[in-house]
Design a protein around this ligand. Sequence first.
Ligand SMILES: Cc1ncc(COP(=O)(O)O)c(C=O)c1O
Length: 413
Amino acid sequence: MKLPETGRSWADIDADLSAAKARDFSWRDGRVALYYYYLDDELAEVQKRAYTAFWTENNLGKKAFPSLAKLETDVIDCALGIMNAPKDAAGTFTSGGSESIFLAVQTARDWAKAVKGIDKPNFVVPRTAHPAFSRAGHALGVEVRRVPTTRNDFKADVAAISGKVDDNTVGLVGSAPCYPYGVFDPIRQLGLLAIAKGLWLHVDACVGGFLSPWAKRLGQPIPDWDFSVPGVTSISADLHKHGMAPKGASVFLLRAADLKEKHQTFDFRDWERGQYLAYTMQGTRPGGAVAAAWAVLNYLGDEGYLRCARLILETKQALVAGIGRIPGLSVLEPSELGIFVTRASDPKLDIGAVCDAMTAKGWFMGRQAEPAGIHMHINPGHAPIVERYLADLAEAVATVRGKGRGSDAGLTY
Ligand SMILES: Cc1ncc(COP(=O)(O)O)c(C=O)c1O
């Protein structure tokens, strides 16, 4: 596109935008395995109205917009409460999981430099930890050592992690749960290791932070992972995932407020405009994102999050049971929340070709690279799809079996 000579009408622009969407997969029909979170149109309306009420305010300008400072404080207080933080804890509203993780690596690095004089820092993480840790390490000069998980349950291998810790290790990571398998790392054991060796422990609850507390109340056997576990220093949790807020919303939480003040805050004065104070990687921050997250927390309340958790667990259970009835497929065990991986139990069945056949039927599939499989991340918007998905999957398997081997599953995430 070139900049038009003169501006165009909204009617024209609207038509073009709608046309641009025409080839997208339909999340509204639950046909997208990841990337979106949808409960109902009432919640969507709350998201949109709250976002647009603050659509142009800048959350960098806390003095100009004390409203946003208050909304952010409320959201952080709420998250700290959900995650059992001590009185002295602190937090920051960020643009997403990757930024929260970036802040964790940066704050831990600067803490270790100031307190222990570590100049060549490293983090030791399970291999299942999100790529954002390696990306942050790459940008921040922190080596990220990825350690294979246990073979039987895909959880952090604490003994192997301990073996990779040396004098330059700043911190450890555990996921609650990890994205590839949806299982929780043993945070309690990682906490003990962190305490014994004087390390930072970051818990990545980007997926589980705003879902697992309610899933646990519904009887799901979920291990403790939040600030109630000794040794946990910081947590990332995404409001724009199971917090059900629109995109651009996550929290980075710290057990102690002085860590934020001393090691997270960027307080800069060496230019003509005087002090520039920032807690995030962003400068300008959209006011709409924090207003919408605040509105969603209030709109759903405890009861609403319980409803979401119930829908997710019931949908997952129905899908897993149905997949188990399709000859040639099995669901990888364990999976502990709303993520699961479907594999070919029949070695002659090409699961990549099954994905291709499902794509041809209009499903956007999550493809797992190791082991080759179908990755599914359930949100409430998937509740109505169970029968259709299972029928299409059974048909896709039958078609692929009829054709013999095709391509292997590839990573498209
Ligand atoms: C466990 C986990 N951590 C971090 C992230 C990164 O979050 P974002 O995509 O919001 O940056 C994800 C995204 O899927 C995730 O699953």
